[in-house]
Structures are given as C-alpha cells and as structure tokens.
Design a protein around this ligand. Structure first.
Ligand code: F0G
Length: 485
C-alpha cells in the first residue's frame, strides 16, 4: 500500500515531460477522495486508506490557447448547455482529422504513429505528453461488426445469426481480439509501458490470467525492458502462455489462482521497486478508455443505448464507463450508454454485490471454463461500481454452458473469440430475454480476446475427422455426409 519505497530513475530528457504531467494530472482515491500528485519520484498504486486511484486530468483542446478559439468559445458560452455541443464539435473535428492524417497527410512520422494508434489518437483524453515519448505498436483500430437482425447487410447471413441468437435488431460487436497481441489489454499497456519508460523503470510486472501478461511481455520487449509475469499455474490458456514465453518475459507460475497471484505481485512490486502494470495502475485504465472513444467515433458519435462486456478484474468496465462519462461531459455524445457487465456464474463476486444493492463487497473462490475472467476478488470493484450506478447499468451472470453456446455462435459466424468474450453475447441474450435490454435498442458488445488465445475450450475437436488417402474418391466419401455438391 502507499508509495513504492524504491526510487525510479527517469532520464533527464524525460524530466520536463514528467514535470508537466505533475501539473496536469492528479491521482484521486475512489474510496475517500484523497488526492496525490499524478507523478512523483515514487509510483503510487493505492491511497493510504487502501482504495484504488483514478487519474484526474486537466483536459485541453490543442486550439484552446488560440485567440480565435477563445473568442468563439466565449461568444457562444451563454449557458452551461451551450458549452457541451460547442466544444463537442471541436473535439470531433480533431479526432476525425487524425483518422485522415494517419493515412494521407504528410505529417512527421512521430505524429503519424500517434494518430494511427486507436489509443493515442485521443491523447488529450488519455495522457497528455509529446508524441515522441509514446511507446506504441500501434494498437486499436479494431473492427465494429454490425450483426443485428436489422443492421447486418443482406449478404452476411452468417453474421446475422448472432443478432438472431441475441434477439436484437441493432447489434454491433467490437472485436478487441484484433489488437496486436490479440486482446484489449494492448490499449492499457501502451500507456502503462509509456509511463514505465518515462519514469525510467528498471523492470515491469503483472499478475495475469494470460492476456495482460502477453501484452506486457510484448510491449516490454519493444522497449527492451525486462518483463516479469506471474501466472496462476494450470489456469492459463496455452496460446497466452506461449506469447509470454516467446516475447521473452520472465514467466513465473505460482501455486494458487489469479487472486493469489495479484496479491503477490503487488507485494513484490512494492518490495523490489518493479513498476506494476496491472489495472491497479491507474494509467492502464486511461489507455483502456480508448475502446469507448473508438467505438463512439465508429458510430459517428451517436452513443448506443447499451454496451455489454465480460467482467473479471473490472478494469475494463471501469475504463469504458469513464470514457463515456468524459465523452458526455466534453459534448462528444448526447447521452451516456448503459453498461452491462457480465460475469461467469462460477466467478461472480461483482454480480453478487450488485444483487445486494452494493451493500456488501463479495468475494468468491472462482471457477469457470472462461479462464480469462476466473477472478474472485476484483481489484477495480469500487471504480466499476461507480460506473454501474452512474450509467444506470446492470450486472448479470451467465453459466459456462451459456458461454460455450454463445461462443459457438460467434465462432461459426466467422468472427470468432475466446471463451470469456462470449460471455458478452450470452449476457446480451439473457438480458433481452429478461426484458432489460429491448429488442430494438442499439447495443454494442465487446469481444475482448482472439479465438486463437484458447484453441481447445469450446472448439469441436472431433470435427477434424479421420485422415483419408489423397484421392478424389476418398474426398467424395468424406464430403458425402456434410455437403451436397
Ligand atoms: N476478457 C478477456 C479476454 C480478458 O483477458 C479479461 C481479463 C477480461 C475479459 C475481463 O476484463 O479484468 O478488465 O474485467 N483479463 C485479465 C488478464 C485479468 O490478466 O489478462 P477485466
């Protein structure tokens, strides 16, 4: 808890940036509202009261110091309600211009890289630093697939099966598995590793159910920084473990589950002066907000009615909710979408807390086939609770069977995802059946990880069939039962 006892060693050239950040951002405790400097010689992940921290940023539009902007702003600022739509126009122009500039404008390479990232395109709302300090693959720019019964094109009957399954006319799936390491974690990691680099960290570490570790390993390798990942033994999908090993992170498997690994890594980082890159680190949350900004931009800044996503450690629920809150306050969108956080019924502490009206914070011994969300004591509980309350959201649980059934539908549509991601579709379907989400409402579901992350769970291995001889007759026989030619 509190400050890390070992000093970081920022490069002299980074000192100016850190100095500016120290005036632009504060860390605020979600529990007791205490405030701390945004950056200091020693990293801080928790308040002295033990609460998690949130980044408060002074957000400035790049034109804000220009006289013309100030004049028109003052001229139009006749009441509170005028401010939002007016400034919203300016923000929309900025972000739209960056989409164009990343592919066509002859801007300098550094700016081009930042603009082409689906995270750093929104840099004023993420981490206001000069572009040359950004560590990026780039990431983001993930697909938003229209798959509802009405909004799916006629020629994509495979995709429309998803809309039928959910019972929704206007459903989109945002596939975060299309990020560089195959999960949404890259969006937070680019910001976390950028901070590690600015602060001159000697090493970075995380506990993980597999995706955070794969992402950390890759971004740390890009920077040439030692990465250390703590994994719950025997609970991590093979594809994710392979990534950490291949990218060269020191991979430590511990006896116990994710919650044990999480407690251990926080202790290790505080003791050994290693920079912690779990979503306990509030800068990770800032990067993950970009899922929200990007999906809004893809929808032409017309906010959907609902966003549905799988919930484990609750970093993503917190981040997406915060993005919508900021987008609303800046006038980028006219209303806040409602958030539906979906848990596996064997790993459902947040759902249990929600059912008690958030009177008790629940913990469970987690058990689910969706190993990515096999978490019993979520770190970002308080941040996510705020999001559910503020967005008039809901928390739902779905069984492993429902997750597997939904995964089959997503896989067979050709889109594909890892098991935890399918909780999104299973949850949307359940909420429609319960009448909480209305059939004609506009819904965005987040698919958090790539199909290849877990190539065993929920994949029909028996369909491989037997090996046949390399002859046309054998092929005819093999196809006879499946396809009429
Ligand atoms: N989906 C996938 C594929 C995940 O990997 C995770 C979390 C989640 C959903 C849940 O997101 O934790 O922000 O609520 N994976 C973490 C990890 C815990 O270590 O990779 P959350």
């Amino acid at each position: 808890m509190g400050e890390n006892p070992i000093d970081l060693e920022p490069d002299r050239s980074n000192q100016i940036v850190l100095h500016q950040l120290a005036t632009d951002i504060r860390l605020r405790c979600v529990e007791c509202d205490s405030q701390y400097p945004g950056v200091s010689d020693q990293p801080r992940y928790r308040c002295d009261c033990g609460g998690v921290l949130d980044v408060d940023t002074n957000i400035h539009h790049p034109l804000q110091q220009e006289p013309v902007f100030l004049e028109s702003f003052e001229a139009l600022k006749t009441s509170e309600s005028d401010v939002k739509p007016f400034t919203g126009v300016y923000w929309r122009q900025l972000f739209e211009g960056r989409v164009t500039s990343s592919s066509t404008w002859p801007v300098n390479m550094v700016t081009q890289l930042a603009d082409s990232s689906g995270v750093w395109r929104y840099r004023e709302l993420i981490l206001p630093i000069p572009e040359q300090h950004i560590v990026s693959h780039p990431e983001g720019n993930t697909g938003l697939y229209p798959v509802g019964r009405e909004n799916c094109g006629d020629h994509r009957s495979g995709h429309r099966q998803i809309g039928h399954y959910a019972g929704l006319e206007y459903l989109y799936l945002k596939h975060e598995g299309e990020n560089p390491t195959g999960s949404f974690k890259d969006r937070g990691m680019t910001v976390g590793v950028t901070m590690a680099s600015l602060l001159g960290a000697c090493a970075v570490a995380c506990a993980s159910t597999g995706n955070t570790s794969a992402s950390l390993a890759s971004y740390a390798a890009q920077l040439g920084l030692p990465g250390i990942v703590f994994l719950p033994s025997a609970h991590v999908a093979a594809g994710k473990l392979a990534q950490s090993l291949a990218y060269g992170a020191t991979t430590i498997q511990i006896e116990g589950d994710f919650d044990d690994a999480m407690r251990l890594v926080e202790h290790v980082c505080n003791e050994l002066g290693i920079y912690l890159l779990n979503s306990l680190n509030p800068f990770r949350i800032e990067g993950q907000k970009a899922i929200g900004f990007e999906l809004l931009q893809q929808l032409g800044w017309e906010a959907p009615d609902w966003v549905v996503l799988p919930a484990g450690n609750l970093g993503n629920t917190s981040a997406i909710g915060k993005a919508f809150r900021q987008a609303y306050r800046l006038g980028l969108i006219a209303h806040m979408p409602r958030i539906a956080a979906i848990q596996a019924s064997g790993a459902n502490p947040f759902f249990r807390s929600y059912m008690s009206g958030f009177r008790h914070r629940e913990h469970v011994r987690a058990q689910t086939i969706a190993t990515a969300i096999k978490i019993g004591d979520p770190v970002s509980y308080s941040r996510a609770r705020l999001v559910i309350e503020e967005s008039n959201g809901v928390v739902e649980e779905v069984t492993d069977d429902a997750i597997l059934a939904a995964k089959t539908v997503i896989d067979r549509s050709g889109i594909g995802c890892e098991p935890a991601s399918a909780a999104t579709l299973a949850g949307a379907r359940k909420l429609v059946e319960r009448g909480i989400i209305k059939r004609e409402e506009r819904v965005v579901g987040i698919l958090t990880g790539n199909l290849l992350k877990d190539s065993l769970t929920g994949i029909p291995q028996h369909k491989q069939g037997t090996t046949i001889s390399a002859s046309i007759e054998a092929v005819r026989r093999a196809l006879a039962n499946n396809i009429s030619l």
